[in-house]
Design a protein around this ligand. Structure first.
Ligand SMILES: *Cc1c(COP(=O)(O)O)cnc(C)c1O
Length: 814
């Protein structure tokens, strides 16, 4: 080997062809030759080759940001549901064709190689997927963004079914290593818990913690479209500040010797550990503090590299809190400024408030985080002191503006009911902007959860309707449709989705409709094969594919869909020759491990599937499928093949939804309530191209307040009444009348989420869907208009909105 002149620039990775680079990595990084390489080896070699290319752009981007002092945006999120990264990276680097050709010549199939990459299970639902779409869009738009989160060793559980019941197993996505990440051993911060606080003789508060955990950084480069701007996703991994207790180990106490390490590392083991025990709740709080504190320490360190004036922090850094999980950032940033950097309290709070921004994701009272005061006192005594001071400052601010206003219900600390720290209030008080995620949700936020605070700070709440990245959610997941669109209107839509509007006139072109229909038909054949491979169930790809995929939750109303399925089954049985539109009802989604009713709904759907699919009288007229382990990769398989998108949440409860956007963009028609972003989707695609039904948010709220009597509604809804009778008589449970008592009781006695009053409207609308699907050419015309009118729902638009209105960090474009 020749030595290099150290002043020579490193040869950029693009000096090699992609094929040569892959082969080099296969030999020198993976340690295999071509004849012994298996799919995973090729996947690693290809990932490393692509990563090399990204690193060039990454370093350029970093240098440019430092040089121009571009304002940085920090996105703090408990979840980043990024999905597989390889295809995304190849696409954004513009190398899909080259990669396909290279593997084609070797007799290998690129998509098999892409599918051998594990799906990083770092998220649970829409909130986590939003964070991932934002990472893609920040890089594409040119925002200097860094995502901060947790490097969960196991992430969210892997779901399977045992006799129709949900089974949870640990996900093992990291066992064979992760080709995308760079460990940064030198970037390590200490996060502390417990102990006590004393005032020293100068009056300063001194916190002496009893526990110290180290947060180590792992970086993943995230390239935008074209690969020029490359941002960083920095995830923290926990390790004990104490290494093995050698004394205990030498005494033969091996378990005790490792105890400290095990406890420390448990912080980054899994996403959403069970919180039905006190230990579980404490672990969750520690996870939140852990990643928030490490991220803030990192942000302050970076700011200090070239700035000594703390008051300029908000000018160079904007921190977005994705829901309340990182809301501890408010007292933590104040603490760092006061205790570590010697600033005054009031000044520190002003700096923190100007730097932090909070996104609210739910109005559900039980989902608004609050922690027992006792837990805070024990784990975070110094933070609790600071929160009390913030409350006092807030009360003084209000008193100065409004005389005699009762501030207690708005404070972060609720001393009543046993004592709580309300994280939503804390985040609101400590942020300069608070945003909702759809027009309706933002409006409801002002009227409900933050009504009082909104009165006091009328300019603080604003809306940024969610979006999705068109790269992953059309260009990559639906190559046939992407090619057809590009062939018809050019490829500008990939970078700027508004260009997809040029497709609209083609809805009136019969030849184009035929091509569009052919793409959907092929995607459905592909989806049918996926269903067969995952469940063994054979479905007819010409049936209407009716898809509801999302976390299982009462407000999302999978139960409404399941009840309608059972009623449809009855109706078909009664008259099989009544000209039914053959339908496949497709479900997927995980239920939280301690959410008993959600798990029972999964079991019910699986039992209905078993009965319906086995019924020869019904045949292809109705099939029911529940796909296991819903995640990003499953969504990418399912969405291109859907005809009908189920977005049927109880109005007022789905903050935005993003699944709704993915389906409409891929040419599925929506059946939905006027909830979340459905409202805005309807405005964009047009009333004739969407199926809206059911009560609106105000009516729902009224009924919930009045406390309706669902059994009366059921008795006035014969189809529903029959279904409920069947379920309770053991029709779907081999005569077991107890199994679904929880479901029946919920429908008849509580029905907080208004399944019964919406049932008939839903049934009628589904029959309208049946009728419309029969005129398949007209259906495709509507589907095209959905795709063509979804340009506004690009996450690039959302990111520009945040950058302009909240972060004040809109990059110069051009
Ligand atoms: C988009 C997405 C979600 C969010 O779906 P909603 O229907 O908006 O709840 C959840 N999980 C995965 C894997 C997704 O891709």
């Amino acid at each position: 080997m020749t030595t290099r002149d150290l002043d020579m620039p490193v040869t950029p990775a693009n000096a090699l062809t992609l094929g040569d680079a892959v082969l080099r990595h296969l030999v020198y990084s993976v340690g295999k030759d071509q004849s012994h390489a298996v799919e995973r080896d090729w996947c690693v070699a290809l990932s490393l080759a692509i990563r090399d290319l990204m690193v060039d752009g990454w370093m350029d981007t970093t240098r440019r940001i430092y040089k121009t002092k571009q304002k940085r945006v920090y996105y703090l999120s408990m979840e980043f549901m990024i999905g597989r990264l390889l295809e995304d990276a190849i696409a954004n680097m513009g190398l899909i064709k080259e990669a396909k050709e290279f593997f084609g010549e070797l007799g290998l199939n690129l998509s098999d190689i892409l599918n051998s990459e594990p799906d990083p299970a770092l998220g649970n639902g829409g909130l986590g997927r939003l964070a991932a779409c934002f990472m893609d869009s920040m890089a594409t738009v040119g925002v200097a963004g860094i995502g901060y989160g947790i490097r969960y060793e196991h992430g969210i559980f892997r779901q399977s079914f045992q006799d129709g019941w949900q089974l949870e197993e640990p996900e093992d996505w990291l066992v064979f290593g992760n080709a995308w990440e760079f460990q940064r051993p030198e970037v390590e911060y200490s996060v502390e818990f417990g102990g006590s606080v004393q005032r020293d003789n100068t009056g300063k508060m001194i916190w002496t913690p009893s526990e110290r955990i180290l947060a180590g950084a792992f970086d993943t480069p995230i390239a935008g479209w074209g690969g020029k701007h490359v941002n960083t996703l920095r995830l923290w991994s926990a390790r004990s500040a104490e290494v093995l207790n050698l004394h205990q180990f030498n005494q033969g106490e091996f378990m005790a010797a490792a105890q400290q390490q095990v406890l420390a590392e448990s912080i980054t083991k899994v996403l959403y550990p069970g919180d039905h025990t006190a230990e579980g709740r404490e672990l969750r709080l520690k996870q939140e503090v852990f990643f928030t504190s490490a991220s803030l320490q990192d942000i302050l360190r970076r700011f200090r590299l070239d700035n000594t004036n703390w008051n300029e922090l908000p000018q160079y850094a904007a921190v977005q809190l994705n829901d309340t999980h990182p809301a501890i950032a408010v007292p933590e940033l104040v603490r760092l400024l006061v205790d570590k950097h010697g600033l005054e309290f009031v000044e520190s709070f002003e700096i923190a408030r100007a730097t932090l921004h909070y996104t609210n994701h739910t109005l559900l009272p039980e989902a608004l985080e609050k922690w027992p005061l006792e837990l805070f006192e024990r784990c975070l005594p110094r933070h609790l002191q600071i929160i009390r001071e913030i409350d006092n400052l807030f009360a003084a601010e209000v008193a100065a503006k409004y005389e005699g206003k009762n501030v207690d219900p708005m404070k972060a600390i609720d001393p009543h009911h046993g004592g709580w720290v309300r994280m939503g209030n804390l985040a609101f008080i400590g942020s300069s902007h608070v945003n909702g995620v759809s027009a309706l949700h933002t409006e409801l936020m002002k009227q409900t959860v933050f009504k009082d605070l909104h009165e006091i700070y009328p300019d603080r709440i604003l809306n940024q309707t969610n979006g999705i990245t068109p790269r992953r959610w059309l260009y990559e997941c639906n190559p046939l449709l992407a090619d057809l669109i590009t062939e018809t209107i050019g490829d500008a839509w990939v970078k700027d989705l508004e260009h997809i509007a040029a497709l609209a006139p083609h809805a009136d072109d019969k030849t184009f409709r035929k091509k569009f229909a052919a793409v959907k038909a092929e995607n459905k054949v592909h989806l049918a094969a996926f269903i067969k491979q995952q469940t063994g169930i054979v479905v007819n790809p010409t049936s209407l594919f009716d898809v509801q995929i999302k976390r299982i939750h009462e407000y999302k109303r999978q139960l409404l869909n399941a009840l309608e399925t059972m009623a449809l089954y009855n109706a078909i049985k009664e008259d099989p020759s009544a000209g039914w539109t053959p339908r496949v009802k497709i479900f997927a989604g995980k239920a939280a491990p301690s959410y008993t009713l959600a798990k029972l709904i999964i079991k019910l759907i699986n039992d209905v599937a078993a009965k319906v699919n086995a019924d020869e009288d019904v045949g292809d007229l109705l099939n029911v499928v529940f796909l296991p382990n819903y995640n990003v990769s499953a969504a990418e398989e399912l969405i291109p093949g859907a005809d009908l998108s189920e977005q049927i949440s109880t109005a007022g409860f789905e903050a935005s939804g993003t699944g709704n956007m993915k389906f409409a963009l891929n040419g599925a028609l929506t059946i939905g309530t006027l909830d979340g972003a459905n409202v805005e989707i309807k405005d964009h695609v047009g009333d004739d191209n969407i199926f809206i039904f059911g009560m609106e948010a105000d009516e729902v709220a009224r009924r919930q307040q009045e406390g309706c009597q669902p059994w009366m509604t059921v008795s006035e809804t014969p189809r529903l009444q029959e279904v409920v009778k069947q379920i309770s008589s053991g029709f779907y449970s081999h005569g077991d009348t107890e199994r679904f008592a929880g479901v029946v009781d919920n429908v008849l006695a509580h029905d907080y989420f208004q399944v019964t009053p919406d049932f008939d409207a839903y049934w009628e609308t589904q029959r309208k869907v049946d009728a419309e699907f029969k005129d398949v050419d007209n259906w495709h015309r509507k589907a095209i208009l959905n795709t063509a009118n979804m340009g506004w729902f690009s996450a690039d638009r959302t990111i520009r909105g945040y950058a302009k209105d909240i972060w004040k960090a809109l990059p110069d474009e051009g």
